[in-house]
Design a protein around this ligand. Sequence first.
Ligand SMILES: C[S@@+](CC[C@H](N)C(=O)[O-])C[C@H]1O[C@@H](n2cnc3c(N)ncnc32)[C@H](O)[C@@H]1O
Length: 292
Amino acid sequence: MGEYFWNDQLEYLMSTRDLYYNDDYLEFLVKNVWKIDKPVDLVDYGCGYGYLGLKLLPLLPKESSYTGIDMGEQLIRKAEEIFQNTSFQSKFNRADIHSIDIDKKYDIALCHAFLLHVNNPRNVLKKMLNSVKKNGKIVCFEPHWISSMSSYYIGNEDTSKIIPLGILQKLFEHDAKCNGKDGNIGIKLPIYLSELGVIDIQCRVSDKVNFLDSNRKDDRNLNLYESLKMDGFAEAPVEEEEFITRLVKRGATRSEAQYQYDSELYLSNIFSIHSSLTYAPSMKITFGTVKG
Ligand SMILES: C[S@@+](CC[C@H](N)C(=O)[O-])C[C@H]1O[C@@H](n2cnc3c(N)ncnc32)[C@H](O)[C@@H]1O
Protein backbone atom coordinates (compact mmCIF):
# COMPACT_ATOMS: atom_id res chain seq x y z
CA MET A 1 0.00 0.00 0.00
CA GLY A 2 1.26 3.49 -0.83
CA GLU A 3 2.08 6.27 1.59
CA TYR A 4 -0.93 7.61 3.50
CA PHE A 5 -2.26 10.55 1.44
CA TRP A 6 -2.65 13.09 4.29
CA ASN A 7 0.91 12.65 5.52
CA ASP A 8 1.99 14.59 2.43
CA GLN A 9 -0.55 17.34 2.88
CA LEU A 10 0.95 19.29 5.75
CA GLU A 11 1.94 22.23 3.57
CA TYR A 12 -1.54 22.33 2.02
CA LEU A 13 -3.18 22.22 5.45
CA MET A 14 -0.92 24.84 6.98
CA SER A 15 -1.34 27.28 4.12
CA THR A 16 -5.10 27.05 3.64
CA ARG A 17 -6.70 27.08 7.12
CA ASP A 18 -6.63 30.88 7.25
CA LEU A 19 -9.15 31.05 4.41
CA TYR A 20 -12.06 30.07 6.66
CA TYR A 21 -12.63 32.13 9.84
CA ASN A 22 -11.70 35.45 11.32
CA ASP A 23 -10.29 34.97 14.83
CA ASP A 24 -12.91 37.34 16.26
CA TYR A 25 -15.67 35.09 14.93
CA LEU A 26 -14.19 32.02 16.64
CA GLU A 27 -13.96 34.06 19.84
CA PHE A 28 -17.60 35.08 19.40
CA LEU A 29 -18.61 31.41 19.07
CA VAL A 30 -16.63 30.31 22.14
CA LYS A 31 -17.69 33.17 24.40
CA ASN A 32 -21.11 34.32 23.19
CA VAL A 33 -22.66 31.32 21.47
CA TRP A 34 -21.24 28.29 23.29
CA LYS A 35 -20.63 30.38 26.45
CA ILE A 36 -17.72 28.22 27.63
CA ASP A 37 -16.59 29.69 30.95
CA LYS A 38 -15.20 26.59 32.70
CA PRO A 39 -12.25 24.42 31.62
CA VAL A 40 -13.24 21.77 29.09
CA ASP A 41 -11.70 18.59 27.70
CA LEU A 42 -11.82 18.63 23.90
CA VAL A 43 -11.32 15.77 21.48
CA ASP A 44 -10.67 16.62 17.82
CA TYR A 45 -11.23 13.84 15.28
CA GLY A 46 -9.07 14.02 12.15
CA CYS A 47 -7.07 16.75 13.91
CA GLY A 48 -4.28 17.00 11.32
CA TYR A 49 -1.50 19.18 12.79
CA GLY A 50 -3.90 20.42 15.50
CA TYR A 51 -5.33 23.48 13.72
CA LEU A 52 -8.55 23.62 15.72
CA GLY A 53 -6.76 23.18 19.05
CA LEU A 54 -4.37 26.00 18.22
CA LYS A 55 -7.32 28.27 17.39
CA LEU A 56 -9.62 27.34 20.29
CA LEU A 57 -7.33 26.73 23.27
CA PRO A 58 -6.21 30.38 23.58
CA LEU A 59 -9.92 31.33 23.81
CA LEU A 60 -10.86 28.73 26.43
CA PRO A 61 -10.45 28.85 30.21
CA LYS A 62 -6.99 27.74 31.43
CA GLU A 63 -6.82 24.05 32.41
CA SER A 64 -8.79 23.11 29.30
CA SER A 65 -7.25 20.16 27.48
CA TYR A 66 -7.05 19.06 23.85
CA THR A 67 -6.80 15.51 22.50
CA GLY A 68 -6.14 15.13 18.79
CA ILE A 69 -6.81 11.89 16.92
CA ASP A 70 -5.63 11.36 13.34
CA MET A 71 -4.53 8.54 11.10
CA GLY A 72 -1.57 10.45 9.67
CA GLU A 73 1.61 9.63 11.56
CA GLN A 74 3.50 12.62 10.21
CA LEU A 75 0.61 14.96 11.00
CA ILE A 76 0.46 13.67 14.57
CA ARG A 77 4.23 14.09 14.92
CA LYS A 78 3.95 17.68 13.68
CA ALA A 79 1.08 18.36 16.10
CA GLU A 80 3.15 17.04 19.02
CA GLU A 81 6.09 19.21 17.97
CA ILE A 82 3.92 22.34 17.70
CA PHE A 83 2.09 21.81 21.00
CA GLN A 84 5.34 21.06 22.89
CA ASN A 85 6.16 24.73 22.45
CA THR A 86 2.88 25.89 24.00
CA SER A 87 1.55 25.80 27.56
CA PHE A 88 -1.60 23.92 26.48
CA GLN A 89 -2.45 20.50 27.90
CA SER A 90 -2.51 18.25 24.88
CA LYS A 91 -2.34 14.63 23.86
CA PHE A 92 -2.21 13.07 20.40
CA ASN A 93 -3.14 9.64 19.23
CA ARG A 94 -2.42 8.18 15.80
CA ALA A 95 -5.43 6.03 15.06
CA ASP A 96 -8.12 5.25 12.54
CA ILE A 97 -11.50 6.47 13.79
CA HIS A 98 -13.04 3.25 12.47
CA SER A 99 -10.96 0.92 14.62
CA ILE A 100 -10.16 2.94 17.73
CA ASP A 101 -11.93 2.30 21.05
CA ILE A 102 -12.55 5.55 22.85
CA ASP A 103 -13.13 4.93 26.56
CA LYS A 104 -12.69 8.44 27.87
CA LYS A 105 -15.64 10.86 27.87
CA TYR A 106 -14.95 14.45 26.80
CA ASP A 107 -16.88 17.69 27.26
CA ILE A 108 -16.75 18.51 23.56
CA ALA A 109 -16.12 16.38 20.47
CA LEU A 110 -14.93 18.40 17.50
CA CYS A 111 -14.02 17.93 13.89
CA HIS A 112 -12.87 20.24 11.13
CA ALA A 113 -12.93 19.24 7.43
CA PHE A 114 -12.93 15.60 8.51
CA LEU A 115 -16.36 14.02 7.97
CA LEU A 116 -16.25 14.73 4.23
CA HIS A 117 -13.31 12.32 4.01
CA VAL A 118 -14.99 9.28 5.59
CA ASN A 119 -17.31 7.06 3.59
CA ASN A 120 -19.70 6.31 6.45
CA PRO A 121 -20.14 9.68 8.21
CA ARG A 122 -23.21 8.61 10.23
CA ASN A 123 -21.26 5.75 11.88
CA VAL A 124 -18.36 8.06 12.57
CA LEU A 125 -20.74 10.61 14.11
CA LYS A 126 -22.13 7.88 16.40
CA LYS A 127 -18.61 7.12 17.56
CA MET A 128 -17.93 10.79 18.17
CA LEU A 129 -21.16 11.12 20.18
CA ASN A 130 -20.24 8.08 22.30
CA SER A 131 -17.11 9.89 23.41
CA VAL A 132 -19.04 12.85 24.86
CA LYS A 133 -20.21 13.25 28.48
CA LYS A 134 -23.94 13.61 29.20
CA ASN A 135 -24.94 17.18 28.25
CA GLY A 136 -21.62 17.74 26.54
CA LYS A 137 -21.34 19.14 23.01
CA ILE A 138 -20.53 18.08 19.51
CA VAL A 139 -19.21 20.73 17.12
CA CYS A 140 -18.55 19.96 13.45
CA PHE A 141 -16.93 22.45 11.07
CA GLU A 142 -17.50 20.92 7.65
CA PRO A 143 -17.66 22.14 4.05
CA HIS A 144 -20.61 22.67 1.79
CA TRP A 145 -18.84 22.53 -1.56
CA ILE A 146 -21.61 23.73 -3.84
CA SER A 147 -22.14 26.77 -1.66
CA SER A 148 -18.42 27.40 -1.62
CA MET A 149 -18.22 27.05 -5.44
CA SER A 150 -20.99 29.62 -5.81
CA SER A 151 -19.10 32.08 -3.63
CA TYR A 152 -16.25 33.14 -5.92
CA TYR A 153 -16.21 36.32 -7.94
CA ILE A 154 -13.37 37.42 -10.20
CA GLY A 155 -13.43 41.03 -11.35
CA ASN A 156 -15.07 41.55 -14.76
CA GLU A 157 -15.76 37.86 -15.42
CA ASP A 158 -19.12 36.12 -15.76
CA THR A 159 -19.01 33.53 -13.01
CA SER A 160 -21.06 31.08 -15.10
CA LYS A 161 -18.16 30.97 -17.56
CA ILE A 162 -15.56 29.98 -14.97
CA ILE A 163 -17.58 27.96 -12.43
CA PRO A 164 -20.61 26.19 -13.96
CA LEU A 165 -22.62 25.18 -10.90
CA GLY A 166 -25.13 22.77 -12.47
CA ILE A 167 -22.56 20.19 -13.50
CA LEU A 168 -20.68 20.52 -10.22
CA GLN A 169 -23.86 19.99 -8.23
CA LYS A 170 -24.51 16.82 -10.23
CA LEU A 171 -20.92 15.54 -9.84
CA PHE A 172 -20.84 16.13 -6.08
CA GLU A 173 -24.14 14.29 -5.66
CA HIS A 174 -22.98 11.42 -7.88
CA ASP A 175 -19.68 11.04 -6.01
CA ALA A 176 -21.38 11.06 -2.60
CA LYS A 177 -23.76 8.31 -3.74
CA CYS A 178 -20.91 6.22 -5.19
CA ASN A 179 -18.38 6.32 -2.38
CA GLY A 180 -20.18 7.79 0.62
CA LYS A 181 -17.70 10.69 0.93
CA ASP A 182 -19.69 13.90 0.78
CA GLY A 183 -18.20 17.36 0.25
CA ASN A 184 -21.60 18.87 0.95
CA ILE A 185 -21.92 17.17 4.33
CA GLY A 186 -21.78 20.50 6.20
CA ILE A 187 -25.33 21.45 5.20
CA LYS A 188 -26.67 17.97 6.09
CA LEU A 189 -25.26 17.66 9.59
CA PRO A 190 -28.14 19.36 11.46
CA ILE A 191 -30.43 16.62 10.11
CA TYR A 192 -27.97 13.77 10.75
CA LEU A 193 -27.30 14.92 14.32
CA SER A 194 -31.00 15.26 15.07
CA GLU A 195 -31.57 11.72 13.78
CA LEU A 196 -28.85 10.56 16.19
CA GLY A 197 -30.60 12.14 19.18
CA VAL A 198 -28.58 15.34 19.56
CA ILE A 199 -30.66 18.25 20.90
CA ASP A 200 -30.47 22.08 20.76
CA ILE A 201 -28.89 21.89 17.30
CA GLN A 202 -27.78 25.07 15.56
CA CYS A 203 -25.87 25.61 12.35
CA ARG A 204 -23.83 28.68 11.43
CA VAL A 205 -21.76 29.73 8.42
CA SER A 206 -18.07 30.66 8.46
CA ASP A 207 -17.74 34.42 8.46
CA LYS A 208 -14.71 35.03 6.29
CA VAL A 209 -14.89 36.54 2.82
CA ASN A 210 -11.39 36.59 1.38
CA PHE A 211 -10.51 39.53 -0.82
CA LEU A 212 -7.60 39.39 -3.21
CA ASP A 213 -7.15 43.02 -4.13
CA SER A 214 -5.28 43.82 -7.35
CA ASN A 215 -4.67 47.31 -5.96
CA ARG A 216 -2.85 45.95 -2.94
CA LYS A 217 0.74 44.83 -3.40
CA ASP A 218 1.79 43.51 -0.03
CA ASP A 219 2.56 40.24 1.77
CA ARG A 220 -1.02 39.81 2.94
CA ASN A 221 -2.25 39.83 -0.64
CA LEU A 222 0.55 37.53 -1.79
CA ASN A 223 -0.14 35.07 1.07
CA LEU A 224 -3.82 34.99 0.17
CA TYR A 225 -2.96 34.34 -3.49
CA GLU A 226 -0.69 31.47 -2.46
CA SER A 227 -3.34 30.03 -0.12
CA LEU A 228 -5.89 30.05 -2.92
CA LYS A 229 -3.47 28.31 -5.27
CA MET A 230 -2.64 25.70 -2.60
CA ASP A 231 -6.38 25.20 -2.15
CA GLY A 232 -6.53 24.17 -5.80
CA PHE A 233 -8.28 27.29 -7.09
CA ALA A 234 -7.67 27.90 -10.81
CA GLU A 235 -5.51 24.79 -11.12
CA ALA A 236 -4.94 23.83 -14.77
CA PRO A 237 -6.98 20.75 -15.73
CA VAL A 238 -5.28 17.50 -16.74
CA GLU A 239 -5.01 16.62 -20.45
CA GLU A 240 -8.33 17.25 -22.26
CA GLU A 241 -9.38 13.72 -23.27
CA GLU A 242 -8.39 12.24 -19.90
CA PHE A 243 -10.31 15.02 -18.13
CA ILE A 244 -13.44 14.45 -20.21
CA THR A 245 -13.32 10.65 -19.82
CA ARG A 246 -13.01 11.00 -16.04
CA LEU A 247 -16.00 13.34 -15.82
CA VAL A 248 -18.13 11.16 -18.07
CA LYS A 249 -17.34 8.21 -15.76
CA ARG A 250 -18.58 10.38 -12.89
CA GLY A 251 -21.95 10.96 -14.56
CA ALA A 252 -21.43 14.05 -16.76
CA THR A 253 -22.54 14.14 -20.38
CA ARG A 254 -19.75 14.66 -22.92
CA SER A 255 -20.84 18.23 -23.60
CA GLU A 256 -21.03 19.04 -19.87
CA ALA A 257 -17.54 17.58 -19.44
CA GLN A 258 -16.25 19.65 -22.38
CA TYR A 259 -17.80 22.84 -20.93
CA GLN A 260 -16.23 22.07 -17.54
CA TYR A 261 -12.85 21.49 -19.17
CA ASP A 262 -13.06 24.78 -21.10
CA SER A 263 -14.08 26.63 -17.92
CA GLU A 264 -11.24 25.21 -15.82
CA LEU A 265 -8.72 25.91 -18.59
CA TYR A 266 -10.00 29.45 -19.02
CA LEU A 267 -9.93 30.09 -15.26
CA SER A 268 -6.39 28.72 -14.94
CA ASN A 269 -5.28 31.09 -17.73
CA ILE A 270 -6.90 34.27 -16.43
CA PHE A 271 -6.25 33.96 -12.68
CA SER A 272 -3.05 35.59 -11.44
CA ILE A 273 -1.70 37.69 -8.58
CA HIS A 274 -3.00 40.67 -10.56
CA SER A 275 -6.63 39.45 -10.39
CA SER A 276 -9.22 40.85 -8.05
CA LEU A 277 -11.16 38.04 -6.41
CA THR A 278 -13.64 37.61 -3.59
CA TYR A 279 -14.21 34.18 -2.08
CA ALA A 280 -16.38 33.00 0.82
CA PRO A 281 -15.63 29.34 1.71
CA SER A 282 -19.06 29.05 3.41
CA MET A 283 -18.09 26.28 5.84
CA LYS A 284 -21.01 25.10 7.96
CA ILE A 285 -20.55 24.93 11.72
CA THR A 286 -23.08 22.58 13.29
CA PHE A 287 -23.32 22.04 17.02
CA GLY A 288 -25.65 20.60 19.60
CA THR A 289 -25.98 19.01 23.02
CA VAL A 290 -25.41 15.29 23.55
CA LYS A 291 -28.07 13.85 25.84
CA GLY A 292 -25.85 10.90 26.81
C1 LIG B 1 -8.74 17.90 5.44
S1 LIG B 1 -7.80 17.14 6.68
C2 LIG B 1 -8.29 18.16 8.06
C3 LIG B 1 -7.27 18.20 9.17
C4 LIG B 1 -7.60 19.19 10.28
N1 LIG B 1 -8.86 18.90 10.92
C5 LIG B 1 -7.59 20.59 9.71
O1 LIG B 1 -8.65 21.12 9.39
O2 LIG B 1 -6.50 21.14 9.54
C6 LIG B 1 -8.61 15.61 7.02
C7 LIG B 1 -7.93 14.83 8.14
O3 LIG B 1 -8.72 13.69 8.48
C8 LIG B 1 -7.85 12.62 8.76
N2 LIG B 1 -8.56 11.36 8.59
C9 LIG B 1 -9.21 10.95 7.46
N3 LIG B 1 -9.77 9.73 7.66
C10 LIG B 1 -9.48 9.38 8.94
C11 LIG B 1 -9.77 8.25 9.75
N4 LIG B 1 -10.47 7.22 9.25
N5 LIG B 1 -9.34 8.23 11.03
C12 LIG B 1 -8.61 9.27 11.52
N6 LIG B 1 -8.28 10.36 10.79
C13 LIG B 1 -8.70 10.42 9.54
C14 LIG B 1 -6.72 12.81 7.78
O4 LIG B 1 -5.55 12.12 8.17
C15 LIG B 1 -6.56 14.32 7.75
O5 LIG B 1 -5.61 14.77 8.67
